[in-house]
Design a protein around this ligand. Structure first.
Ligand SMILES: Cc1cc2nc3c(=O)[nH]c(=O)nc-3n(C[C@H](O)[C@H](O)[C@H](O)COP(=O)(O)OP(=O)(O)OC[C@H]3O[C@@H](n4cnc5c(N)ncnc54)[C@H](O)[C@@H]3O)c2cc1C
Length: 491
């Protein structure tokens, strides 16, 4: 017998979301947030392969641009905004945190820092349009924690593929179960199973670079030394000359001490810092194909079983080999020694979940590397369709933009098509989203490739380094002048 509830259920269109990263969770929120206002009834089901929210370390600081913060706020209900502001993306601390991004050389000398528009909080920051500015630094794990609120995620569900039928699509899971919905969205990151099935011809580009990233908890003394040698910005790229780059990101907010030790003491006040080391690994990498089809993914040269101790030692050896013998290099090596190499390490590690360091080849995905694909009930967003390199700090921003754009496009879906009202069928909704996403996603990927390769050039002469430095310095001066000119024009 059919009940009223069944009848009610029929009015809902189910959107299956695979992956509870920032992209998938923003999509879930946006569909639920705008349901009523847009007169639509979407039921959202989110499936995540991790067994629980704390299964894996979700950390890293991430830089957010105005587009990313705007999309995040647009997607989420107002009730979460104050939490995002207080917990995940705290207001900048005046004077201490005015300077968010810079590029310095191997001695810590400033090469480039974009103009900083100095906003009070994420709400002001999200209003910045069409003007280059420095990013805000946020905590990825805390953004995720806040985004999990109000979303009923089904954990421990690894999606291995899908099956499309006329009325909808089945998501297939490793545990043998399947779930039905009208639309399925793959938000399952760079190794997406959904993408592998949908677009086996898509090209994966290996940039010939290797990256190691870690979250550490240095003391105030160490941070003060770092800032005194290389300036105080919160996100910094320390360029080398042998094709290697050190990056760190942090907030000047001490970690709350779990002990009774006074936070006033510089030895005991700790900060949270994300540090990455990346290096040009050609010709080593020439054994890997630089571009390959998604369905011919090679085995990783860096298997999961690699010993963390060996990885960190390798980073330190490379730093000794590639960097000048100076105080900055010594300090960076000291910081790498703070990476715990076991989960029962005695090194101060205030994070709830241990993060095992890994080496990874840097890969990017350009959605325009193949012709436009036929529109079906299965679509993709975020890293699953346009994974990019971390340096311009765009990946999460674009994943959240996708989530907002896709949700807004889906809200145009109606059984009663009406061109004047803008109503269309599901196919047109997805087609519209994919057409735009392919363009801006590809543009962001290409920016990330260009920036990354530029940062990792290997120089054979001092003259080459001199030209690099001068180019950055000229860019620095021009960007300041343009900023000042615009400011004067406005007043
Ligand atoms: C070191 C580093 C620094 C970075 N810094 C920045 C930065 O400063 N700014 C920025 O904007 N971006 C940055 N990024 C990029 C950013 O992390 C990604 O672009 C972003 O996380 C993409 O979000 P997503 O939701 O698309 O995918 P993900 O964050 O990868 O989430 C995918 C989710 O899907 C789940 N999943 C995977 N496979 C399956 C499956 N088969 N079934 C079910 N669930 C599955 C995963 O467990 C995960 O929860 C950085 C990346 C790295 C590695």
């Amino acid at each position: 017998m059919m009940t009223t509830e069944d009848n009610d259920d029929k009015q809902y269109k189910t959107i299956l979301i695979i992956g509870a990263g920032p992209g998938g969770l923003c999509l879930a929120h946006s569909l639920l947030k705008h349901n009523e206002e847009k007169g639509q009834k979407f039921k959202v089901e989110v499936f995540e392969r991790d067994s629980s929210p704390t299964d894996r370390w979700q950390g890293y600081h991430i830089t957010l641009q105005p587009t990313g913060v705007r999309s995040l706020l647009n997607c989420t209900p107002k009730s979460l905004h104050s939490k995002l502001q207080e917990i995940a993306i705290p207001d900048p601390i005046k004077k201490l945190e005015d300077n968010t991004f810079s590029i310095v050389d191997q001695y810590g000398k400033l090469l480039f820092a974009p103009p900083n528009l100095q906003t009070k909080n994420i709400f002001e920051f999200s209003e910045i349009k069409d003007e280059p500015t420095t990013p805000v630094i946020s905590y990825r794990d805390r953004i995720r924690d806040v985004l999990l609120e109000g979303i009923d995620v089904t954990w421990g569900k690894k999606c291995i593929g899908y099956e499309e039928v006329e009325q909808g699509v089945w998501a297939l899971f490793e545990d043998g179960t399947k779930e039905f919905g009208e639309i399925l969205v793959g938000c399952d990151g760079i190794h997406s199973n959904i993408r592998k099935q949908k677009l086996p011809n898509l090209k994966i580009n290996n940039l010939g670079l290797t990256i190691v990233a870690a979250d550490i908890a240095p003391t105030k003394k160490q941070i003060d030394r770092l800032f005194s040698i290389s300036g105080g910005s919160l996100c910094k790229l320390l360029l080398g000359t042998k094709g290697d780059v050190i990056m760190y990101q942090m907030r000047y907010l001490p970690i709350q001490s779990k002990t009774n030790i006074s936070n006033k003491d510089d030895d005991y006040t700790h900060y949270r810092l994300t540090i990455t080391y990346s290096y040009n690994s050609l010709p080593e990498d020439e054994v890997d194909k630089l571009t390959y089809r998604d369905d011919e993914s090679p085995e990783s040269r860096f298997p999961n079983e690699e010993e963390p101790k060996d990885i960190i030692n390798n980073v330190k050896e490379k730093l000794r080999e590639y960097r000048p013998n100076n105080e900055l290099t010594d300090l960076i090596i000291e910081l790498w020694s703070l990476v715990p190499i076991t989960d029962d390490s005695t090194i101060y590690y205030p994070f709830n979940t241990y993060h095992k360091p890994r080496r990874r080849p840097l890969r990017v995905i350009d959605p325009c590397s193949i012709e436009k694909w036929p529109t079906t009930r299965v679509t993709l967003l975020g890293d699953s369709i346009h994974a990019m390199s971390p340096w311009p700090g765009l990946g999460t921003n674009i994943a959240m933009k996708d989530a907002y754009e896709l949700s807004q496009s889906l809200f145009k879906w109606s059984e009663e098509e009406n061109e004047v009202a803008g109503n269309v069928d599901w196919r047109s909704c997805i087609e519209r989203y994919e057409k735009e996403m392919r363009l801006y996603g590809s543009e962001a990927t290409l920016i990330s490739i260009n920036e990354t390769l530029k940062l990792h050039v290997r120089y054979n002469s001092k003259f080459g380094v001199f030209i690099r430095n001068i180019t950055y310095k000229i860019q620095h001066i021009i960007s300041k002048l343009v900023y000042l000119f615009k400011k004067v024009k406005k007043t």
